[in-house]
Design a protein around this ligand. Structure first.
Ligand code: SF4
Length: 336
């Protein structure tokens, strides 16, 4: 992990923001790209939104990217380029919660703030045989209190890194290496021969299903795209003209022609191509998407009312799209 042992708050912050809700193996290349493209807080703060969102493409949770930019600009332009050096001040920054604030405080400023990720929850739950679930408010509070008691006050950064690494490499979720573990004689879960029952899990994620139909309107070589705004998923990324339905749609050419004629005054004679459905799993949602190409002969006035732009192939390559659209583009002949 390229950020390991790092004490530069900019790089620690960057790695923590990227790793929120993202696996280490997936986040590593993003971290490297960000550090290479924006080696310091000023280069990130001065970057154009579009460039940063393009680099973020595929990481999901785009509000993270928006908050990251806001914080970079605050630090660079209103705080002399310096990160605050106290936990409380760090917490005030956009997109920084207790976890990230603790990581920066302990790794960069040697403050005794415990960093508690999934690995740490697991180690503590097993060693101390904790029956409370970290999924509950009460459970979380208990773990936070215990972690604060246990932290090495002289070397908090090293302690935090060590317990996280121990969870990732020894006290692993499915196959912990109990036979060679230094806690074998005292670990509550091991002594009870019930290691896999810890940490206690309560919540099962239920995912909301959504059905998106993307109309890809072509005018010659150019296609129509719009920016996603509002508080929904994929903020600030681009997409084709979207029709969201409350249930799966069985689009036929006839239905499509009727729909675009009725809703967008597009005459029925246009050429249409329906692509096979695609799916993207997000943490709390499942997106089912159908892509339908519509080859226009002249600009429909209705479409001019929507805030969007017309892009050619080269521009499409340079634009930030959600993963499902990027996958569609790469598998279709649109970019070839
Ligand atoms: Fe984890 Fe097993 Fe070690 Fe207990 S004995 S801390 S369960 S690896």
């Amino acid at each position: 992990m390229p950020w390991k042992g790092e004490a530069d708050p900019y790089k620690v912050w960057l790695s923590e923001i990227i790793l929120q809700q993202t696996r280490v193996d997936q986040g590593t290349s993003y971290y490297t790209n960000f550090v290479q493209t924006f080696p310091h807080i000023y280069s990130l703060a001065k970057a154009k939104d579009e460039k940063v969102f393009k680099l973020w493409e595929g990481l999901g949770y785009y509000a993270r990217c928006k908050n990251m930019l806001a914080t970079a600009r605050f630090i660079a332009f209103e705080n002399d380029g310096k990160f605050p050096e106290s936990y409380e001040e760090l917490l005030k920054l956009k997109g920084i919660g207790p976890y990230t604030a603790s990581a920066i405080a302990s790794f960069c400023y040697n403050l005794p703030k415990p960093v508690i990720d999934g690995n740490v929850y697991r180690v503590l739950a097993r060693v101390f045989k904790i029956k409370k679930s970290p999924d509950t408010t009460e459970g979380k509070k208990y773990f936070v209190g215990l972690a604060a008691e246990l932290i090495d006050k002289k070397r908090p950064g090293m302690y935090n890194q060590a317990i996280m690494d121990f969870g990732a490499t020894v006290c692993k979720p499915a196959l912990p290496l109990c036979d060679s573990c230094i806690f074998q004689k005292t670990c509550g879960a091991f002594l009870e021969k019930n290691v896999l029952a810890f940490p206690v899990k309560l919540k099962r994620i239920t995912r909301r299903e959504r059905w998106f139909t993307y109309f890809i309107f072509y005018m010659g070589e150019k296609v129509f795209i719009q920016k996603r705004t509002g508080s929904d998923i994929w903020q600030n990324l681009y997409e084709f003209f979207l029709k969201e339905t409350g249930k799966p749609m069985k689009w036929t050419e006839q239905k499509i022609r009727k729909y675009i004629d009725r809703e967008l005054s597009i005459p029925e004679k246009v050429e249409i191509c329906i692509h096979p459905p695609m799916k993207q799993m997000l943490t709390h949602q499942v997106i089912h998407a159908v892509f339908i190409e519509v080859h226009l002969k002249k600009m429909p006035t209705m479409l001019l009312q929507f805030d969007g732009k017309w892009l050619n192939k080269k521009q499409l390559r340079e634009t930030g799209f959600p993963v499902i659209i990027r996958r569609f583009l790469e598998n279709s002949i649109m970019l070839s």
